[in-house]
Design a protein around this ligand. Structure first.
Ligand SMILES: NC(=O)C1=CN([C@@H]2O[C@H](COP(=O)(O)OP(=O)(O)OC[C@H]3O[C@@H](n4cnc5c(N)ncnc54)[C@H](O)[C@@H]3O)[C@@H](O)[C@H]2O)C=CC1
Ligand SMILES: CCCCCC(=O)/C=C/C=C\C=C\C=C\[C@@H](O)[C@@H](O)CCCC(=O)O
Length: 229
Protein backbone atom coordinates (compact mmCIF):
# COMPACT_ATOMS: atom_id res chain seq x y z
CA UNK A 1 0.00 0.00 0.00
CA UNK A 2 1.29 3.45 -0.86
CA UNK A 3 0.29 7.07 -0.32
CA UNK A 4 2.09 9.90 -2.07
CA UNK A 5 1.61 13.65 -2.16
CA UNK A 6 2.65 16.40 -4.56
CA UNK A 7 1.64 20.00 -5.32
CA UNK A 8 1.04 18.90 -8.93
CA UNK A 9 -2.51 17.51 -8.70
CA UNK A 10 -2.81 16.66 -12.39
CA UNK A 11 0.35 14.53 -12.50
CA UNK A 12 -0.46 12.98 -9.11
CA UNK A 13 -3.94 11.90 -10.24
CA UNK A 14 -2.53 10.37 -13.43
CA UNK A 15 0.10 8.42 -11.45
CA UNK A 16 -2.59 7.33 -8.95
CA UNK A 17 -4.70 5.81 -11.77
CA UNK A 18 -1.65 3.91 -13.05
CA UNK A 19 -0.85 2.54 -9.57
CA UNK A 20 -4.48 1.63 -8.83
CA UNK A 21 -4.93 -0.26 -12.09
CA UNK A 22 -1.70 -2.20 -11.42
CA UNK A 23 -2.01 -2.84 -7.65
CA UNK A 24 -5.74 -2.42 -6.87
CA UNK A 25 -7.82 0.62 -5.98
CA UNK A 26 -7.44 0.26 -2.21
CA UNK A 27 -3.68 0.00 -2.36
CA UNK A 28 -2.78 3.47 -3.62
CA UNK A 29 -3.72 6.91 -2.36
CA UNK A 30 -2.79 10.43 -3.57
CA UNK A 31 -3.27 13.77 -1.86
CA UNK A 32 -2.41 17.20 -3.24
CA UNK A 33 -0.26 18.64 -0.47
CA UNK A 34 2.51 21.21 -0.08
CA UNK A 35 5.33 19.86 2.11
CA UNK A 36 6.15 23.40 3.25
CA UNK A 37 2.82 23.64 5.16
CA UNK A 38 2.52 22.12 8.66
CA UNK A 39 -1.25 21.62 9.07
CA UNK A 40 -1.91 19.93 5.69
CA UNK A 41 1.07 17.63 6.29
CA UNK A 42 -0.15 16.73 9.79
CA UNK A 43 -3.59 15.97 8.32
CA UNK A 44 -2.07 13.83 5.59
CA UNK A 45 -0.06 11.69 8.02
CA UNK A 46 -3.18 11.20 10.20
CA UNK A 47 -5.23 10.21 7.14
CA UNK A 48 -2.63 7.63 6.06
CA UNK A 49 -2.58 6.09 9.53
CA UNK A 50 -6.41 5.96 9.63
CA UNK A 51 -6.62 4.44 6.14
CA UNK A 52 -3.71 1.98 6.14
CA UNK A 53 -3.32 1.34 9.91
CA UNK A 54 0.37 2.25 10.22
CA UNK A 55 3.35 3.73 8.38
CA UNK A 56 6.35 1.47 7.67
CA UNK A 57 8.37 3.45 5.12
CA UNK A 58 8.45 7.23 4.55
CA UNK A 59 10.39 8.90 1.73
CA UNK A 60 10.86 12.68 1.79
CA UNK A 61 11.52 13.37 -1.89
CA UNK A 62 9.92 16.74 -2.85
CA UNK A 63 12.60 19.17 -3.96
CA UNK A 64 13.12 22.27 -6.08
CA UNK A 65 16.02 24.49 -7.14
CA UNK A 66 16.08 28.29 -6.81
CA UNK A 67 18.99 30.69 -6.41
CA UNK A 68 17.32 34.10 -6.98
CA UNK A 69 14.95 35.84 -4.51
CA UNK A 70 12.15 34.89 -3.76
CA UNK A 71 12.84 31.39 -5.13
CA UNK A 72 15.90 30.81 -2.94
CA UNK A 73 13.74 31.23 0.14
CA UNK A 74 11.16 28.80 -1.26
CA UNK A 75 13.96 26.33 -1.94
CA UNK A 76 14.82 26.34 1.78
CA UNK A 77 11.11 26.06 2.67
CA UNK A 78 10.51 23.05 0.42
CA UNK A 79 13.83 21.20 0.55
CA UNK A 80 15.07 21.71 4.10
CA UNK A 81 11.94 22.68 6.05
CA UNK A 82 9.68 20.30 4.08
CA UNK A 83 12.03 17.36 4.60
CA UNK A 84 12.45 18.23 8.29
CA UNK A 85 8.65 18.39 8.68
CA UNK A 86 8.12 15.05 6.89
CA UNK A 87 10.89 13.42 8.92
CA UNK A 88 9.58 14.59 12.30
CA UNK A 89 5.98 13.65 11.45
CA UNK A 90 7.14 10.23 10.25
CA UNK A 91 9.04 9.72 13.50
CA UNK A 92 5.97 10.64 15.56
CA UNK A 93 3.88 8.04 13.74
CA UNK A 94 6.50 5.27 13.65
CA UNK A 95 8.22 5.30 17.05
CA UNK A 96 7.33 2.29 19.17
CA UNK A 97 7.32 4.43 22.34
CA UNK A 98 4.44 6.47 20.83
CA UNK A 99 2.26 3.61 19.60
CA UNK A 100 3.95 3.07 16.22
CA UNK A 101 5.47 -0.16 14.90
CA UNK A 102 8.93 1.18 13.97
CA UNK A 103 10.02 1.70 10.37
CA UNK A 104 12.44 3.38 8.02
CA UNK A 105 12.72 6.96 6.75
CA UNK A 106 14.65 7.58 3.53
CA UNK A 107 15.43 11.21 2.69
CA UNK A 108 16.45 12.36 -0.76
CA UNK A 109 19.42 14.72 -0.65
CA UNK A 110 21.91 15.24 -3.51
CA UNK A 111 25.59 14.89 -4.41
CA UNK A 112 25.39 18.69 -4.29
CA UNK A 113 24.87 18.40 -0.51
CA UNK A 114 27.55 15.78 -0.01
CA UNK A 115 30.15 17.62 -2.09
CA UNK A 116 29.28 21.08 -3.42
CA UNK A 117 27.62 22.63 -6.45
CA UNK A 118 29.01 26.17 -7.03
CA UNK A 119 26.25 26.89 -9.58
CA UNK A 120 23.42 26.17 -7.10
CA UNK A 121 24.72 27.21 -3.63
CA UNK A 122 21.34 27.55 -1.89
CA UNK A 123 20.15 24.21 -3.28
CA UNK A 124 23.44 22.70 -2.15
CA UNK A 125 23.04 24.13 1.38
CA UNK A 126 19.52 22.66 1.73
CA UNK A 127 20.79 19.26 0.64
CA UNK A 128 23.72 19.39 3.09
CA UNK A 129 21.17 20.20 5.81
CA UNK A 130 19.12 17.13 4.89
CA UNK A 131 22.21 14.91 5.31
CA UNK A 132 22.99 16.40 8.75
CA UNK A 133 19.35 16.09 9.90
CA UNK A 134 19.04 12.48 8.79
CA UNK A 135 22.38 11.30 10.19
CA UNK A 136 21.90 13.11 13.50
CA UNK A 137 18.48 11.51 14.08
CA UNK A 138 19.81 8.10 12.99
CA UNK A 139 22.51 8.37 15.68
CA UNK A 140 20.06 9.46 18.39
CA UNK A 141 19.76 6.68 20.96
CA UNK A 142 16.05 7.29 21.73
CA UNK A 143 15.19 7.12 18.01
CA UNK A 144 17.19 3.90 17.63
CA UNK A 145 15.48 2.25 20.59
CA UNK A 146 12.10 3.35 19.23
CA UNK A 147 12.74 1.11 16.19
CA UNK A 148 13.16 3.77 13.51
CA UNK A 149 16.04 3.74 10.98
CA UNK A 150 16.95 6.74 8.83
CA UNK A 151 19.08 6.78 5.65
CA UNK A 152 19.83 9.34 2.95
CA UNK A 153 20.30 9.02 -0.81
CA UNK A 154 22.52 11.56 -2.60
CA UNK A 155 22.10 11.28 -6.36
CA UNK A 156 24.29 13.22 -8.75
CA UNK A 157 22.35 14.27 -11.87
CA UNK A 158 19.26 12.16 -12.63
CA UNK A 159 17.13 12.05 -15.76
CA UNK A 160 14.08 14.01 -14.45
CA UNK A 161 12.32 17.34 -15.02
CA UNK A 162 14.51 19.04 -12.40
CA UNK A 163 17.55 19.14 -14.67
CA UNK A 164 15.50 19.66 -17.84
CA UNK A 165 14.11 22.86 -16.30
CA UNK A 166 17.38 24.55 -15.33
CA UNK A 167 17.08 28.31 -15.93
CA UNK A 168 18.39 31.70 -14.77
CA UNK A 169 16.20 31.63 -11.62
CA UNK A 170 17.28 28.25 -10.33
CA UNK A 171 20.93 28.22 -11.39
CA UNK A 172 23.66 30.90 -11.42
CA UNK A 173 25.00 30.07 -14.89
CA UNK A 174 22.89 27.91 -17.20
CA UNK A 175 25.63 27.45 -19.82
CA UNK A 176 28.21 26.31 -17.28
CA UNK A 177 25.59 24.06 -15.63
CA UNK A 178 24.82 22.32 -18.95
CA UNK A 179 28.53 21.68 -19.53
CA UNK A 180 28.91 20.44 -15.93
CA UNK A 181 25.98 18.02 -16.30
CA UNK A 182 27.45 16.72 -19.56
CA UNK A 183 30.80 16.16 -17.85
CA UNK A 184 29.38 14.42 -14.74
CA UNK A 185 26.76 12.41 -16.68
CA UNK A 186 23.13 11.62 -15.85
CA UNK A 187 21.88 8.45 -14.10
CA UNK A 188 18.52 6.84 -14.76
CA UNK A 189 15.70 7.00 -12.18
CA UNK A 190 15.99 3.19 -11.85
CA UNK A 191 19.51 3.49 -10.37
CA UNK A 192 18.17 5.78 -7.64
CA UNK A 193 15.17 3.48 -7.01
CA UNK A 194 17.49 0.44 -6.63
CA UNK A 195 19.55 2.33 -4.10
CA UNK A 196 16.39 3.40 -2.22
CA UNK A 197 15.08 -0.18 -2.13
CA UNK A 198 18.38 -1.52 -0.78
CA UNK A 199 18.23 0.98 2.09
CA UNK A 200 14.63 -0.04 2.84
CA UNK A 201 15.34 -3.80 2.78
CA UNK A 202 18.67 -3.93 4.61
CA UNK A 203 17.65 -3.69 8.26
CA UNK A 204 21.32 -3.21 9.21
CA UNK A 205 21.48 0.13 7.39
CA UNK A 206 20.94 3.08 9.70
CA UNK A 207 22.52 6.50 9.13
CA UNK A 208 23.78 5.43 5.71
CA UNK A 209 24.62 8.14 3.18
CA UNK A 210 24.65 6.71 -0.33
CA UNK A 211 25.76 8.54 -3.44
CA UNK A 212 24.58 7.43 -6.90
CA UNK A 213 26.35 8.95 -9.85
CA UNK A 214 27.02 8.12 -13.49
CA UNK A 215 30.71 8.78 -12.99
CA UNK A 216 31.32 6.75 -9.82
CA UNK A 217 28.35 4.37 -9.57
CA UNK A 218 26.67 3.71 -6.20
CA UNK A 219 28.88 4.31 -3.16
CA UNK A 220 28.28 4.18 0.60
CA UNK A 221 30.14 7.12 2.11
CA UNK A 222 31.94 6.88 5.39
CA UNK A 223 31.75 9.81 7.80
CA UNK A 224 33.27 9.50 11.27
CA UNK A 225 30.85 9.79 14.20
CA UNK A 226 32.00 10.45 17.77
CA UNK A 227 29.43 8.75 20.02
CA UNK A 228 27.57 10.98 22.50
CA UNK A 229 27.46 9.27 25.88
N1 LIG B 1 17.17 15.30 -10.93
C1 LIG B 1 18.36 15.42 -10.35
O1 LIG B 1 19.40 15.59 -11.05
C2 LIG B 1 18.50 15.31 -8.90
C3 LIG B 1 17.40 15.36 -8.06
N2 LIG B 1 17.58 15.26 -6.72
C4 LIG B 1 16.44 15.33 -5.81
O2 LIG B 1 15.50 14.33 -6.12
C5 LIG B 1 14.22 14.73 -5.63
C6 LIG B 1 13.18 14.49 -6.69
O3 LIG B 1 13.39 15.43 -7.73
P1 LIG B 1 13.26 15.07 -9.27
O4 LIG B 1 12.37 13.89 -9.45
O5 LIG B 1 14.60 15.03 -9.84
O6 LIG B 1 12.59 16.38 -9.80
P2 LIG B 1 11.10 16.66 -10.31
O7 LIG B 1 11.04 18.14 -10.50
O8 LIG B 1 10.80 15.79 -11.46
O9 LIG B 1 10.21 16.20 -9.09
C7 LIG B 1 10.04 16.93 -7.93
C8 LIG B 1 8.59 16.81 -7.49
O10 LIG B 1 8.42 17.54 -6.26
C9 LIG B 1 7.17 18.19 -6.33
N3 LIG B 1 7.14 19.33 -5.41
C10 LIG B 1 7.79 20.51 -5.56
N4 LIG B 1 7.51 21.32 -4.54
C11 LIG B 1 6.66 20.63 -3.71
C12 LIG B 1 6.02 20.94 -2.49
N5 LIG B 1 6.19 22.13 -1.90
N6 LIG B 1 5.24 20.01 -1.92
C13 LIG B 1 5.05 18.81 -2.52
N7 LIG B 1 5.62 18.47 -3.68
C14 LIG B 1 6.43 19.37 -4.28
C15 LIG B 1 7.06 18.61 -7.78
O11 LIG B 1 5.73 18.93 -8.15
C16 LIG B 1 7.62 17.40 -8.49
O12 LIG B 1 6.61 16.45 -8.79
C17 LIG B 1 14.36 16.20 -5.20
O13 LIG B 1 14.52 16.28 -3.81
C18 LIG B 1 15.65 16.62 -5.89
O14 LIG B 1 16.28 17.69 -5.23
C19 LIG B 1 18.82 15.06 -6.16
C20 LIG B 1 19.92 15.00 -6.95
C21 LIG B 1 19.85 15.10 -8.38
C1 LIG C 1 16.05 23.28 -10.85
C2 LIG C 1 17.47 22.88 -11.00
C3 LIG C 1 18.37 23.51 -10.00
C4 LIG C 1 19.67 22.86 -10.00
C5 LIG C 1 19.63 21.80 -9.03
C6 LIG C 1 20.97 21.26 -8.90
O1 LIG C 1 21.95 21.94 -8.86
C7 LIG C 1 20.99 19.85 -8.80
C8 LIG C 1 22.12 19.24 -8.54
C9 LIG C 1 22.15 17.81 -8.45
C10 LIG C 1 23.27 17.16 -8.29
C11 LIG C 1 24.54 17.81 -8.20
C12 LIG C 1 25.65 17.12 -8.12
C13 LIG C 1 26.94 17.76 -8.01
C14 LIG C 1 27.99 17.01 -7.83
C15 LIG C 1 29.38 17.53 -7.77
O2 LIG C 1 29.62 18.44 -6.77
C16 LIG C 1 30.32 16.37 -7.66
O3 LIG C 1 30.10 15.72 -6.45
C17 LIG C 1 30.12 15.39 -8.71
C18 LIG C 1 31.31 14.45 -8.75
C19 LIG C 1 31.18 13.44 -9.82
C20 LIG C 1 30.33 12.32 -9.39
O4 LIG C 1 29.50 11.91 -10.20
O5 LIG C 1 30.51 11.81 -8.31
Amino acid sequence: KVCFCDTNGELGTKTLSELQSKYGEGNAMFQTCDVSLQQPMENLFKKVKETFGCLDIVCNNAGIGGEVYPLWEKTIDVNLKGTTRGTLLALEHMRTDKGGKGGVIINISSAAGLNVNPLSPVYSATKAGIIALTRSLAMNSEVKSAGVRLNVVCPAFVDTDLIKEINDDNCLDVQKASKFIEMIGVVSKEVVVDCFMELVRDVNQNGAVVKCSKMDGTQYTSIEVKPVT
